[in-house]
Design a protein around this ligand. Structure first.
Ligand code: IDP
Ligand code: MG
Length: 140
């Protein structure tokens, strides 16, 4: 297994409820290391660009408005097999379908306000990490 990095976002529903520490505890307990982290307010253009892959989906505009409705915490997570590992730790997109013990089962409010984002492939992880972080902002 290869050491990988993936991009995580703790979404505005979670920062609003002050549960970023609880989510980080689940992340760290799973063995993923938080090797970069910052709390930021996304602009509408940044949110649109980040989710451009979903531009044709019916929920796109609502998703963009949700993502700018409050601060987010963007993170780089590192572990063996980090991309798939974090998808497992996050749980299903719709929290109603998320396995017990996953972040979304424990913290998400709805299919939209589902507390966390995680990259869906190693290729997208590299693109998404570069969207938010420069090399010197990421440590081991
Ligand atoms: P993922 O976050 O599990 O990878 P995606 O299909 O990539 O799920 O969707 C991106 C984000 O768009 C989701 O995390 C969620 O916030 C939102 N979203 C996905 N499907 C729906 C929907 O059917 N209604 C409203 N929002 C949705
Ligand atoms: Mg996705």
């Amino acid at each position: 297994m290869a050491l990988e990095r993936t991009l995580s976002i703790i979404k505005p529903d979670a920062t609003r409820r002050n549960v970023t520490g609880g989510i980080n505890a689940v992340i760290e307990k799973s063995g993923l290391r938080i090797v970069a982290q910052k709390r930021i307010q996304l602009t509408e253009n940044q949110a649109k660009a980040f989710y451009a892959v979903h531009a044709e989906r019916p929920f796109y505009n609502d998703l963009v408005q949700f993502m700018v409705s409050g601060p987010v915490v963007v993170q780089v997570l590192e572990a063996d097999n980090a991309v798939l590992k974090y998808r497992d730790v996050m749980g299903a997109t719709n929290p109603a379908n998320a396995d017990a013990g996953t972040i979304r089962a424990e913290f998400a409010e709805s299919i939209e306000a589902n507390s966390v984002h995680g990259s869906d492939s190693l290729e997208n992880a590299a693109i998404e990490i570069a969207f938010f972080f420069s090399g010197c902002e990421i440590t081991g």
